[in-house]
Design a protein around this ligand. Structure first.
Ligand code: KG4
Ligand code: ZN
Length: 341
């Protein structure tokens, strides 16, 4: 079963070829540089860039995989959630390719695909569900922060999500307050390495809340007031490192504590994580330490599969076809606000 998958939900144009659960190619063209001067993703620019890049990226994915369009058994694309005009480009292109090839088309929920990316490992990367365990999965990126109970393959229930800013958005917006370029997450991660995480005490929103929900806008506001009160702090390089480490510590503590608590409450022995923020070194380290201490199996998505990519879309489409789930109509529409249930 060979699948061509396309992903254009935000600011990465990506195409992948997946055969029988193995990723033969996963080409990602990132638009980060394009949006950085605006401090965030500009939807119309993203859509235009997807339109320009999609076919070259898809051709590169096919060529890297050594695959011809005639060998494809199905075509998949992200159906939602995401930026409407960005989603449209990949989704409609995939439907058109499926129509011309007379092959099944599969529309995929972006977050559902993130749920299974921690199960992809090796060279070439492949899914291994032979030791699948029920798990609590943390999906954490610039657009979403979700805790999901994955009871079995293709069977999940959302436990909690963010009421306002996502964790990645909190990294990006607090970084912007410090004058860092968008997206600030990776830079905060780097600067925090030589900072003291206890230097400044920022709030840990909803840490002791009984729900599995998150809220990061209060933390952002508190950094804003802090910088208003101490404007000279940004003139001191060490203090910038300390500030980055302190903000990061607050975000990571909330993510790790709530994930572990949800895993215990739901009596699972496995924790997984994916999404761009899962690249964060302290988050990975803390999850590793706590899971080891608690006796949980931890599966972190590999770094190139944490951020948005078409391979995870193709992998999930393959599993759906394997489980004889129905294909998506060729005239189905994108679902920009599709909420994972
Ligand atoms: O999954 P992703 O590529 O796109 C979506 O938002 O869907 O995630 C991008 C987010 C950005 O907010 C970025 O700042 C954050 O992930 N990020 C990080 C790191 N690498 C990426 N945040 C903290 N530390 C990192 N190392
Ligand atoms: Zn994502």
């Amino acid at each position: 079963m060979t699948i061509l998958a396309l992903e254009t939900s935000c600011d990465e144009t990506s195409a992948a070829v997946v055969r029988d659960g193995r990723i033969l190619s996963n080409v990602v063209s990132s638009q980060v540089g394009l949006h950085s001067e605006y401090g965030g993703v500009v939807p119309e620019l993203a859509a235009r860039e997807h339109l320009k890049n999609l076919l070259p990226v898809a051709r590169a994915a096919l060529s890297e995989a050594g695959a011809q369009t005639g060998q494809l058994d199905a075509v998949a694309a992200t159906q939602g959630p995401g930026l409407p005009t960005a989603l449209l480009i990949g989704f409609k292109a995939a439907q058109a390719i499926a129509f011309v090839l007379r092959k099944p088309f599969i529309g995929i929920h972006h977050h559902e695909a993130h749920l299974y990316s921690p199960w992809i490992h090796g060279n070439p990367p492949a899914t291994d569900f032979s030791n699948f365990q029920p798990n609590v999965s943390l999906i954490v990126s610039g657009g979403h922060t979700l805790l999901v109970l994955v009871e079995a393959e293709l069977k999940h229930r959302v436990l909690g999500s963010t009421a306002d800013d996502a964790a990645g958005e909190c990294f990006d917006k607090t970084g912007k307050l410090m004058g860092l370029a968008y997206p600030a997450g990776p830079e905060i991660d780097r600067l925090a390495e030589s900072g003291n995480p206890k230097a400044f005490d920022f709030p840990r929103p909803l840490l002791h809340d009984a729900t599995d929900d998150f809220s990061f806008s209060g933390l952002k506001t508190s950094v804003r007031y802090f910088l208003h009160d101490y404007p000279k702090l940004l003139d001191d390089t060490q203090k910038i490192h300390d500030l980055c480490a302190s903000i990061q510590a607050a975000i990571v503590e909330v993510l790790v504590t709530k994930t572990i608590r949800a895993a215990k409450r739901n009596r699972v022995r496995c924790v997984t994580a994916s999404g761009g923020v899962t690249c964060n070194r302290v988050l990975r380290r803390e999850l590793e330490q706590v899971c080891k201490h608690e006796g949980f199996t931890l599966r972190l998505a590999e770094k190139d599969l944490c951020t948005d990519n078409a391979a995870m879309i193709g992998i999930l489409a393959g599993r759906k076809l394997l489980h004889k789930m129905p294909a998506t109509d060729l005239d189905a529409e994108i679902q920009p606000g599709w909420v994972l249930a």
